[in-house]
Ligand binder design. Structure first.
Ligand code: NAD
Ligand code: UFG
Length: 335
C-alpha cells in the first residue's frame, strides 16, 4: 500500500514515516523544507534501512500533485504540512490561512480527481478553545480559538466535513493532538525549532544543555494543582503510531471520524521541570513570570475513544519523553 505523506520531513511527519516504513508501507513524501531539511531523508533511511520517494515541493503546487497522483497509485494521504507557530500566526494571518487552508484544498481536490478517498489530518486540541469540561472528549464544544493558527485547524475540520458530505466516500480521520514531545530513541530525528523556542519542552532542553540561561514559567496563579499550566504531553512515537491505527480505520470504513490523541494525564509545568531534572540528572533553572496571553489553565484528553475504536493508546511514559527529548538535543550538539 502506498501512502502520500505531506510535511513528511517535519517533526511529527518524519516519525510517522518511520513507523509506516517499519510496517512495510511504501511512502511518498512531499515537503517544501520550509521548516525541515533534506538530511531527514537520510536519517529516515538510517533508522529504517528503507528509501522513500521525495518531492521537494509546495503541496499547493497542483501540477506536482497531479504528477504524484498520476505516477503513483496513492491509497491514502497523511496531511502534516502546514505552519504551526501560534505567535507568528497572529502577526501573519494571511500566510497561515493561505498555507494551511490552501494546501488542504489543493490536496483534497486532487484526491477526489484521482479517486483517492482516505485522508488522515493533523488537527489539534486547540480546536476546543477554552475547554468546556475536562477531560476533553471528542464531542466537547469546539470553537473559541484565540489565534489564526488554531482557527485554521477549526476551519479545515469544517472543510473536510463539507467535502465528506458532498462525497460520502471521502473519509477524513481527524486527529486532535495534545502536546507532542520527545524524539526517536536513536536521537536521529526530533524537534528542531528555529530561533528561541516557544514551546515548553524545546525550551527546557535548551536551558538544560546550557544554550539558554533560564526557563520562564508563564504564570503560577492558575487554578491547577500547583498554580502552573497543566497539559497532556504525548510521546511523538506514540502519536506517530496513532496515525497507523487511524489509517487502518480509514481503509476499512467510510465516514468522518474524530479522535483525541493524548495520554489522558495532565502534568503541570513545575512537574515537567522536576521530572526532567530527575530523569536526566541536570538542573533547569527557572523563574516565575506573568501569564502568557491566550494560554488556558488546563488541557488534557479523554483518550478512550481512540482506544475503543482504533485499539490505540499511548505506551510511553513521561520518563521516555524526558530522556528522548534530551538525548536528541545532546546528539544535535555533538555535531
Ligand atoms: P513541522 O513544522 O515540524 O512539520 C511540518 C512540515 O511541513 C515541515 O517539514 C514543513 O517544511 C512542511 N510544510 C509546511 N508547509 C508546506 C507546504 N505548503 N508544502 C509542503 N510542505 C510544507 O510541524 P509538526 O510539529 O511536525 O506538525 C505537523 C502537523 O501537526 C502540522 O499540521 C501542525 O499544525 C500539527 N500539529 C502540531 C502540534 C505540535 O505541537 N507540534 C500540535 C497539534 C497539531
Ligand atoms: N510554558 C512556560 N514557559 C515556556 C513555554 C511554555 O511556562 O517557555 C507553559 C505554557 O504556559 C503552558 C505549558 O507550558 O502552560 C505548555 O506550553 P506549550 O507552548 O508547550 O504548549 P501549548 O499547550 O501552549 O500549545 C501547544 C501547541 C499548539 C497547540 C496546542 C494544543 O504549541 O500549537 O498545544 O493543545 F495548538
Amino acid at each position: 500500500m502506498k501512502i502520500l505523506v505531506t510535511g513528511g520531513l517535519g517533526y511529527i511527519g518524519s516519525h510517522a514515516v518511520v513507523e509506516l516504513l517499519n510496517e512495510n508501507y511504501d511512502v511518498v513524501v512531499i515537503d517544501d523544507l520550509s521548516n525541515s531539511s533534506r538530511d531527514i531523508v537520510d536519517k529516515i533511511k538510517e533508522i529504517t534501512g528503507k528509501d522513500i520517494v521525495f518531492y521537494e515541493n509546495d503541496v499547493r503546487d497542483e501540477a506536482v500533485l497531479e504528477e504524484i497522483f498520476t505516477k503513483h497509485k496513492i491509497d491514502a494521504v497523511m496531511h502534516f504540512a502546514g505552519y504551526k507557530a501560534v505567535g507568528e500566526s497572529v502577526q501573519k494571518p494571511i500566510l497561515y490561512y493561505e498555507n494551511n487552508l490552501g494546501s488542504t484544498l489543493s490536496l483534497c481536490k486532487k484526491m477526489l480527481e484521482h479517486e483517492c478517498y482516505k485522508f488522515i489530518f493533523s488537527s489539534s486540541a486547540t480546536v476546543y478553545g477554552d475547554p468546556e469540561r475536562l477531560p476533553l472528549t471528542e464531542d466537547c464544544r469546539v470553537g473559541g480559538t484565540t489565534n489564526p493558527y488554531g482557527t485554521s485547524k477549526l476551519m479545515i475540520e469544517r472543510i473536510l466535513s463539507d467535502i465528506h458530505i458532498a462525497n460520502p466516500k471521502f473519509t477524513p480521520v481527524i486527529l486532535r493532538y495534545f502536546n507532542p514531545i520527545g524524539a526517536h530513541k536513536t536521537g536521529l530525528i526530533g524537534e528542531k525549532p528555529n530561533g528561541i523556542p516557544n514551546n515548553l519542552m524545546p525550551y527546557i532542553v535548551r536551558v538544560a544543555s546550557g544554550e539558554l540561561e533560564i526557563l520562564s514559567i508563564f504564570g503560577n496563579d492558575y487554578d491547577t494543582k500547583d498554580g502552573t499550566g497543566v497539559r497532556d504531553y504525548i510521546h511523538v512515537v506514540d502519536l506517530a503510531k496513532g496515525h497507523l491505527s487511524a489509517l487502518k480505520k480509514a481503509m476499512n470504513d467510510e465516514g468522518i471520524f474524530y479522535y483525541n490523541l493524548g495520554t489522558g494525564t495532565g502534568y503541570s509545568v513545575l512537574e515537567m521541570v522536576q521530572n526532567f531534572e530527575k530523569v536526566n540528572g541536570v538542573k533547569v533553572p527557572y523563574k516565575m513570570v506573568d501569564r502568557r496571553p491566550g494560554d488556558i489553565a488546563s488541557c488534557y484528553s479523554d483518550a478512550s475513544k481512540a482506544y475503543e475504536e482504533l485499539g490505540w493508546k499511548a505506551e510511553l511514559g513521561l520518563e521516555d519523553m524526558m530522556r528522548d527529548s534530551y538525548n536528541f538535543i545532546l546528539k544535535q550538539n555533538e555535531k
